[in-house]
Design a protein around this ligand. Structure first.
Ligand SMILES: [Zn+2]
Ligand SMILES: [Zn+2]
Ligand SMILES: [Zn+2]
Length: 150
């Protein structure tokens, strides 16, 4: 999804292309991989001198999600996070979530073919997408722990 596609989606669905909406999209694009929460997006925009009210951010993210512009992600921490939809992915990439530093790493290999085949064949369930969250300790945190144990 790029800015032009987002703009036409908004127009087609009767939403205005406001500076704030464009600014939010560009900030999400610039911080791809960061999986920003509404509050983080608010700070990122404020740092750029772009003051968008938090209520507007929530409302706009809701619109973006309903139009398939962003994915709303729940990493079981304090807030929902958002990332721009990548239409080139048949299924969403997986996320590795560190329980210590809360860093989120993307895993861009699906590898669920076997499971998906069983689900479709044995359960007659047609898979449209999946969201895999893997919890654990990231490499940096693991190494830090080893140091303290020495
Ligand atoms: Zn898959
Ligand atoms: Zn970590
Ligand atoms: Zn992601």
């Amino acid at each position: 999804m790029n800015l032009d596609e987002m703009r036409s989606l908004l127009t087609e669905n009767g939403y205005k292309n406001t500076t704030q909406r464009n600014g939010m999209f560009l900030a999400l694009e610039k911080h791809a991989g960061d999986h920003l929460s509404p509050e983080q997006l608010h700070s990122v925009l404020a740092e750029e001198g772009n003051h968008v009210g938090i209520a507007t951010i929530y409302r706009t993210l809701q619109i973006f999600e309903s139009l398939g512009i962003v994915h709303k992600l729940d990493f079981d921490d304090r807030a929902y996070r958002y990332e721009i939809v990548n239409q080139d992915e048949a299924h969403m990439h997986h996320h590795l979530i560190c329980e210590r530093c809360e860093k989120v790493t993307e895993l861009h290999v699906d590898l669920l073919d076997k499971l998906e085949a069983i689900v479709e064949k044995d359960y007659g369930f047609t898979i449209t997408d999946h969201a895999v969250k893997i919890f654990g300790i990231c490499k940096a945190c693991g190494e830090k722990q080893e140091e303290t144990l020495e």
